[in-house]
Design a protein around this ligand. Structure first.
Ligand SMILES: *Cc1c(COP(=O)(O)O)cnc(C)c1O
Length: 474
């Protein structure tokens, strides 16, 4: 590569002060600006010491500041069509949960105080009770996320002479970034006892693996991929029978925690599973109550997948086992704060009140008809009249995401943008860097904003963001 910069005369580096002053209207704390400027100057000094030609420090620092601004946590518009997008913070909260967080955040709470007796109380007494009821379980508890819940379960159920955890080879999976079942087992001090094969594991395989060293049978719900063809696995009831006969607990890592069944909502719009043979009806995620009812001694799931709440890990099941988790010193390190507990409590109440369909944003998004989405898309495209890019309404397919219902695609409607001369990826990047940031997808030379995951109240902001991004020089 040749250097496109004109050769600059070798000159003194600008001062920290001058660079900071040139960035006076950046909406970041001065300390962040100063630190970024210093880092930019240090990099330039190193370049010059290495004998490289001088760079435009002011421009470099400007870009670095822009990147720092973009790294601040803030709201974005999700135009990807993936409802539970892990990179975008999974589930938006129900209005009641949002209000509960705001109220708890702004003041004091009875976090560890029993208001009836005035004595020190359990941190999450109500939410644990509500979650237990929701899961048709004796007891429930909450920690930071599902991964943390699984770690606590493993630590609680193994002993030095009984550390083997029986898992099907078809379930030794990677769930998200850096979350692999075998690694979690190893971290928790458990010994993996693999059974079956990748595609087929039977109840007899589990039964044959039981020994005096067995701590538990673990079933990991396959949520982010699927297997088809010559496959077999025991029915949940069969596995419970094996575990009971062996006198060891059956633990189900469920992941999604679908306390409300979204499948009928999606299916009304003929959501389909694409299989090699054609299409099949949408998948159904088992509910935690079903899993407990099917004989699981413990079930763990995420708060922010199909449960529709904040990031949390719920563990529900037998009281003696749940209480054991609470006695682990590590529990203290993995517990939730008042904000998460408030949001989770409100979300559990929404489920228990039968209000999930009306109140949970993710359910409403999944249930929106393509007719409604098309109307909004038409209105957005009409607003974009006269733009230096072609905007059209196109059918598309979204997903549930968050490692759930991997075969289900949800029919949806998108605003498609074909930028004049610049590549579509360029326009998508401009949208992503805009304010608000709009996350779109690029396919076949078009930028697509799927309206299923855009809140209706964000439509006007999308119009403005598209206008700015199209006008922005590439
Ligand atoms: C998503 C998922 C997890 C991890 O949940 P986090 O709450 O993100 O820790 C664990 N197990 C299964 C089966 C999952 O689908």
């Amino acid at each position: 590569m040749t250097d496109p910069r004109p050769a600059e005369p070798r000159r003194e580096l600008p001062s920290v002060d001058r660079l900071v002053r040139s960035l006076a209207d950046v909406d970041l704390p001065r300390a962040i600006v100063v630190a970024t400027v210093r880092a930019g100057l240090a990099a330039e000094r190193a370049r010059r010491t290495a004998g490289e030609p001088p760079a435009d420090v002011a421009a470099d620092v400007g870009r670095a500041i822009a990147a720092v601004r973009q790294s601040r946590l803030r709201s974005v518009v999700n135009g990807t069509g993936v409802v539970l997008h892990t990179n975008l913070g999974r589930s938006p909260l129900a209005p009641a949960a949002v209000a509960a967080v705001a109220a708890a955040a702004a003041g004091y709470t009875n976090l560890e105080l029993d208001l009836t007796t005035g004595a020190r109380g359990g941190r999450a007494a109500y939410v644990e009770r509500a979650l237990a009821l929701l899961c048709a379980a004796e007891a429930a508890t909450v920690v930071n996320n599902c991964a943390a819940g699984l770690v606590l379960v493993l630590r609680g159920l193994i002993a030095p002479d009984r550390a083997e955890v029986i898992v099907s080879r078809g379930e030794l999976v990677q769930i998200g970034g850096g979350f692999r079942i075998p690694d979690i087992l190893a971290t928790s001090g458990a010994t993996l006892r693999e059974v079956g094969t990748t595609n087929r594991t039977t109840a007899a395989d589990y039964a044959a693996a039981v020994s005096p060293r067995t701590a538990m049978v673990l079933k990991v719900h396959r949520g982010n991929f699927y297997m088809a063809g010559f496959v077999a696995e025991p029915k949940p009831g069969e596995l419970a029978t094996v575990a009971r006969a062996a006198g060891v607990p059956l633990v189900v890592d469920l992941g999604s925690g679908a306390a409300y069944d979204v499948t009928p909502s999606i299916a009304t719009e003929s959501a389909a599973v694409e299989t090699e043979e054609g299409t099949a009806p949408a998948e159904r995620e088992p509910s935690p109550a079903e899993v407990v009812g099917g004989g699981a001694d413990l079930v763990c799931f995420s708060g922010d997948k199909l449960f529709g709440g904040p990031q949390a890990g719920v563990v529900a099941g037998r009281r003696d086992l749940v209480e054991r988790l609470g006695r682990d010193p590590l529990f203290r390190a993995l517990r939730c704060d008042k904000l998460v507990l408030s949001a989770l409590q409100a979300t559990a109440d929404v489920h228990l009140s039968g209000a999930a369909a009306a109140e949970l944003p993710i359910v409403r998004m999944l249930a929106a008809t393509t007719g409604e989405l098309r109307q909004r898309a038409d209105a957005i495209v009409a607003e974009l009249d006269g733009l230096a890019a072609t905007a059209t309404v196109v059918p598309t397919r979204g997903r549930v995401g968050g490692g759930t219902m991997p075969r289900t695609t949800v029919p949806s409607v998108a605003v498609a943008l074909v930028p004049g001369r610049r590549p579509a990826a360029d326009l998508a990047a401009a949208l992503r860097r805009g304010d608000p940031a709009v996350l779109a997808t690029v396919a076949a030379g078009r930028v697509r904003i799927d309206l299923r995951t855009v809140f209706p109240h964000e439509d006007a902001a999308v119009v403005a963001a598209v206008r700015r991004a199209v006008e922005m020089p590439g």
